[in-house]
Design a binder for this molecule. Structure first.
Ligand code: COA
Length: 283
């Protein structure tokens, strides 16, 4: 339910709605197909910072108002209008985009889900890939359109694509600029699932509820460990993950491991293979 006693972050180019622990975070420039302008990026940076410490946000869903997820970077306000600015100002504007689109989003304390409700182009691939999980409408339209207007997928879009798509698919779409739909995105592993449009919100809600039922400290540690280990050799990864386990146990105020083992071995009240242990709090 909405908590009306606290103010909502965002409100202009980014809208936030709370619903039973889910923070629906929406790009809100539908008349510009939710293209990301410098002002939107600044607002999104502030929204993420506010939500990370807001108890109303136990799972963040990123989506768009209207018929778009996001049509990528704003070709006017993020490119043409700022190209003559002094270099330090230009760098600051770019940094604001990177800071939320991948640096913060990838490490966000709560689980994050991208709900791709429509157009998803270019720069929008970075936050899409940086969310932990993603579900698209089957008829959502994706495209790495940069080659069509004379640049290459920048702002880490190329890196994001390389993280999720195999080389043959990535280079095909990078070099042709052709579009593909949500079904194809799921088939290629760019998103987790594609569902009919009329089921999209319910399916995302269902996934968010499942994520919110887990131990939040371990959920965060698990994604951090994955993101770090994926670039490491096996020896380094094993050492890092073991250290992460100890650090996460130290940080886990609800002592999930002890509770889970107690409920399985002593109480015989749950089976770890079939669900989440009974949690008394959301520490
Ligand atoms: N940057 C700036 N403005 C954009 C934009 C973008 N990335 N995408 C859409 N818009 C603006 C259009 O200029 C138009 O503005 P106007 O009403 O002032 O003329 C408005 O949004 C509606 O766009 P329109 O093209 O008329 O909508 P559509 O529904 O027919 O087509 C798209 C939607 C997404 C297919 C089309 O807008 C498009 O190709 N956008 C660019 C996508 C892209 O290459 N993004 C990569 C950027 S990194």
């Amino acid at each position: 339910m909405n908590d009306t006693t606290k103010s909502l972050p965002g409100g202009k180019y980014v809208l936030v709605e709370f619903e039973d622990g889910i923070a629906w975070v929406m790009f809100n420039r539908p008349e510009k197909r939710n293209a990301m302008s410098p002002a939107l990026n600044d607002e999104m940076r502030q929204v993420l910072a506010a939500l990370e410490t807001d108890e109303r946000c136990r799972c963040l869903v990123l989506t768009g108002v209207g018929e778009s997820f996001s049509a990528g970077m704003d070709l006017k306000e993020y490119f043409r209008d700022i190209e003559h600015l002094p270099r330090p100002e230009l760098l600051q504007i770019r940094r604001a985009a990177y800071q939320w689109q991948w640096r913060h989003l990838q490490h966000f304390y709560r689980p994050t889900v991208a709900m791709v409700n429509g157009w998803c182009f270019g720069g929008a691939f970075t936050p899409l890939v940086s969310c932990d999980l993603s579900i698209a409408a089957e008829d959502a339209v994706f495209g790495l359109s940069e080659i069509n207007w004379g640049i290459i997928p920048a702002g880490n879009v190329t890196r994001a694509v390389a993280a999720k798509m195999r080389q043959s698919d990535a280079l095909y779409y990078i070099m042709t600029g052709q579009t593909f739909d949500g079904r194809k995105a799921a088939q290629m592993g760019l998103v987790n699932e594609a569902v009919p449009r009329d089921r999209l919100r319910d399916r995302v809600r269902e996934l968010a509820r499942d994520l919110m039922s887990k131990n939040p400290t371990m959920l965060h540690a698990a994604k951090e460990a994955y993101r770090a280990a994926v670039t490491m050799d096996w020896d380094t990864a094993e050492d890092y993950i073991n250290a992460k386990v100890e650090q996460a146990h130290f940080a886990d105020r609800e002592h999930g491991m002890q509770q889970g083992i107690h409920q399985f071995l002593d109480e015989k009240s749950f089976k770890p293979g079939l669900g989440t242990y009974r949690r008394d709090s959301d520490a």
